[in-house]
Design a protein around this ligand. Structure first.
Ligand code: MN
Ligand code: ZN
Length: 464
């Protein structure tokens, strides 16, 4: 979406550092648009299950509303709105206390209503910033909209057909738009990775790029070295599904646009696609203006109001973010940022890791050594592996072997014979020795048996 808030100020120096002579003549002006599907339980405007990748069959999570039938009545998903605001706060955005949904009208087979519910002039969040090692990247806006259905083009019975799966139709989709503050392909990659990290960390999106759960778009243009104003054209490369492809697509555009500019021409304002097999971008269509979409407020959805207090409560509930945590780990535990950057992936996991740093300190081990070992030896620790470890431990604890009563009793008898002192203690009323007998009997049996059963049999024998 292209509600451009053209920057009025002077943009920072370029960080482009390349030995290519041509590339030094021009500097890149780039802004990114990132779409991420939110992992709410239900869809954006209906109660259908939001699980497009987990669905067993196409078109099972659908209803009249997300199929665009007449009479469908959308109701906004509160959680999706709160998560969008949460992300906005994490990215230092201002929040619109009065906001609304608008209809973005266009026709495409994957959009059955012929309009997408999106946000036009009053997005939930605006005016934020994300730090990168190349400099800050301004966030123009973050708005919420609905995803479209998914088109599948394939051959059935020798015929080329197009199929539509509406499981994805109306899945909550967050769009994060930046200012044209990005000046190198590397910076674009760093920024996008940081966004994915934050979304995953806040646990609002899975950002599975292979499945299309996170999609990247790069708006690129070049200006002459020293030129302060923005270029008069913009080339948008759409639907990129990997960081590497985005980097390659931007590099390709730098070369392509350089050639055109060198000829004294101006590159066409257009939308291009990325061909990952040929590693080239290709023209898709000349750019539409936002007027073409005939935006207007969706009459089915009431505007959304938030009080300043409720936003402040949400701000106070924000967890410590990856960048802040990395800073604090460095001061408190001496963990180097190059390691913490790779280790901080999820809130629960980071908390567990921090517990292990505390244990390290108690045992006089440098937490940084633990951190570097995990990173360098590529030990894969995620909250999933920790969770499965807990279940494994549980299984071990609750596992018992099949042992007959006779076998247990004969082991108990042997233990009693060998530990006369403890038997005397028990008979004089010291019940604490029971634990000792249980341990000894288990050891003798060499098997895991139900503690309670063992205890009963043991007491019987001791009382004899
Ligand atoms: Mn969009
Ligand atoms: Zn539905």
């Amino acid at each position: 979406m292209h509600l451009k808030k053209q920057p009025n100020g002077i943009l920072g120096e370029t960080n482009m550092n390349t030995d290519n002579k041509n590339k030094n003549k021009y500097s890149l002006v780039c802004g990114l648009e990132i779409h991420a599907e939110l992992k709410t339980k239900s869809k954006m405007f209906c109660g259908c299950k939001n699980d497009p990748f987990g669905a067993e069959k196409p078109n099972i999570y659908t209803c009249p509303t997300c199929l665009g039938m007449p009479g469908g009545s959308p109701v906004a998903n509160k959680k999706a709105i709160e998560w969008t605001i949460k992300v906005g706060l994490a990215l230092g955005c201002k929040i619109n206390l009065f906001s609304k949904f608008d209809r973005k009208n266009y026709f495409y087979p994957d959009l059955p209503k012929a309009y997408q519910i999106s946000q036009y002039d009053l997005p939930f969040c605006y005016d934020g910033v994300v730090e990168t090692s190349f400099g800050p990247v301004g966030i123009t806006r973050i708005h919420l909209e609905e995803d479209t259905g998914k088109l599948l083009h394939k051959k059935i019975d020798g015929k080329q057909v197009s199929l539509i799966d509406f499981n994805r139709s109306s899945v909550p989709l967050m769009e994060i738009v930046t200012e044209p503050d990005i000046h190198s392909p590397e910076q674009a990659k760093e920024y996008a990775k940081e966004i994915r990290k934050i979304l995953k960390y806040l646990d609002v999106a899975d950002c599975d790029m292979d499945q299309g759960g996170m999609r990247l778009e790069a708006n690129t243009s070049l200006r002459s070295e020293g030129q302060k104003e923005l270029p008069k054209y913009k080339v948008e490369v759409k639907n990129i599904n990997s960081f590497k492809f985005m980097e390659q697509a931007i590099e390709y555009e730098i070369d392509r646009q350089t050639e055109i500019l060198d000829k004294g021409e101006i590159p066409a304002q257009e939308t291009r696609g990325w061909n990952s097999i040929k590693s080239i971008t290709f023209s898709q269509r000349t750019k539409e203006d936002s007027e073409d979409y005939r935006y207007f407020p969706d009459p089915d959805l009431p505007p959304i109001r938030y009080s300043r207090e409720s936003i402040e409560t949400m701000r106070a509930e924000l967890p410590e973010l990856p960048a802040q945590k990395s800073e604090r780990w460095n001061t408190e535990y001496g963990v180097e940022k190059r390691y913490s950057k790779q280790l901080i992936s999820h809130e629960i996991f980071s908390n567990l890791l921090e517990e292990s740093f505390k244990i390290c300190q108690l045992e006089n081990i440098e937490p940084n050594k633990l951190a570097s070992t995990i990173v360098n030896k590529n030990i894969i620790i995620s909250h999933e592996t920790i969770a499965s470890k807990i279940v494994d431990e549980f299984k071990k604890l609750s596992q018992t072997d099949e042992v007959s009563d006779d076998e247990i009793i004969s082991a108990i008898k042997e233990v009693i014979l060998q530990n006369n002192d403890a038997v005397i203690k028990f008979k004089s009323g010291d019940t604490k020795v029971i634990g000792f007998f249980i341990g000894q009997t288990m050891r003798k049996l060499g098997k895991k048996i139900n503690n309670r059963k063992l205890g009963e049999l043991l007491i019987n024998e001791l009382k004899k």
